[in-house]
Design a protein around this ligand. Structure first.
Ligand SMILES: [Zn+2]
Length: 321
């Protein structure tokens, strides 16, 4: 660790603007070179230099590389539909009344469709043309193709914005949250979910991969929100410890004092977790075996559920009924 300290200058930290970094890893989960650094002042973790051009990657390549398709297959619709139901539960009181909602990174549209069927006025934005077009045609959703920075919406348009597993893929999370802050009405709620760098349920060699440019923990995500004018009102951590969901409320004040953006001890804390998450310890825990069993039982139940597949809409209507 020590020999890497300040070895190479990095782009400034997206949370605290610091440049004092240490190298956490040099390879991704696929074994390719991927230099991952941690900010010594706040603990934000990111890939430096950028492993790909985020724009062209998400417009065309991402779904194909990850799912081998330009439109969602039945099993992906089913999985995303189940995730959407989980998210509805997670949002609880925040969606009890009909609201004007923006879902950022709508994917195949499953969650936006669930919100629509609950009576909300939903808009979405999704960079992948195939997925955006599919969700418009299949569910009649109002989805713009593009990145959030390019959205055609006046400021203060929404009461609630959700952004699930998108922020870690963006090239500048601070800019993204600033944009979302502007799009929210005063006192509006932003719900951000990301994987946490503290997670140890996955195999250690899966910790870093090209698609995740940034890796947060609760402290760095909260600080980033505060930096652009949000206050955390609630947060949730998934049962397996893999994901954090933070509920932010828009306020007017913005933290500009650099000292306030540092998070003492967080870099050491995260480095410790990452360095101690090693293969032999991981395989002595129940996590890898639970994951295997879950995957097997999921495969079986999915086969039944999509046996007589007619359309995405029909599948979700049944699931959400
Ligand atoms: Zn930092």
């Amino acid at each position: 660790m020590q020999q890497n300290h300040q070895e190479m200058r990095s782009t400034p930290c997206n949370v605290c603007d610091g440049t004092d970094v240490s190298v956490l890893a040099n390879h991704s989960r696929s074994g390719k070179p991927l230099r991952t650094v941690i900010c010594n002042d706040c603990g934000l973790v990111w890939a430096d230099p950028l492993p790909h051009n985020p724009r062209s990657y998400y417009e065309d390549d991402y779904r194909v590389e990850y799912k081998g398709t330009f439109t969602p297959k039945p099993k992906h619709i089913l999985r995303a539909g189940k995730v959407a139901l989980y998210r509805r539960k997670l949002l609880g009181k925040w969606i009890a009344q009909p609201k004007k909602i923006l879902d950022v990174g709508t994917g195949g549209g499953e969650f936006a469709y669930l919100l629509k069927s609950l009576g909300h006025d939903v808009s979405g934005i999704e960079p992948n043309k195939g997925y955006a077009e599919f969700s418009r045609q299949e569910y009649g959703l109002n989805i713009q193709v593009g990145f959030i920075q390019d959205i055609q919406q006046p400021d203060e348009s929404f009461e609630l914005i959700t952004i699930w597993h998108v922020l870690e893929h963006t090239e500048n999370p601070c800019d993204v949250l600033t944009k979302l802050h502007a799009l929210l009405k005063p006192q509006g709620i932003l719900v951000v979910e990301v994987p946490t760098i503290e997670a140890i349920c996955q195999s250690p060699k899966s910790t870093f991969h090209e698609a995740h440019i940034f890796n947060f923990n609760l402290a760095t995500l909260r600080k980033l929100g505060e930096k652009v004018g949000f206050t955390e009102v609630e947060h949730k951590i998934s049962k397996d410890g893999a994901n954090i969901t933070v509920f932010f409320q828009k306020n007017a004040a913005v933290t500009t004092n650099d000292k306030k953006l540092k998070i003492p001890g967080n870099a050491e804390y995260i480095t410790n977790i990452v360095k101690n998450h090693i293969a032999y310890k991981h395989y002595l825990t129940a996590w890898p075996y639970q994951r295997f069993l879950c995957r097997m039982s999921r495969m079986m139940s999915e086969k039944c559920a999509i046996a007589n597949f007619v359309s995405g809409k029909q599948l979700l209507d049944r699931l959400y009924a």
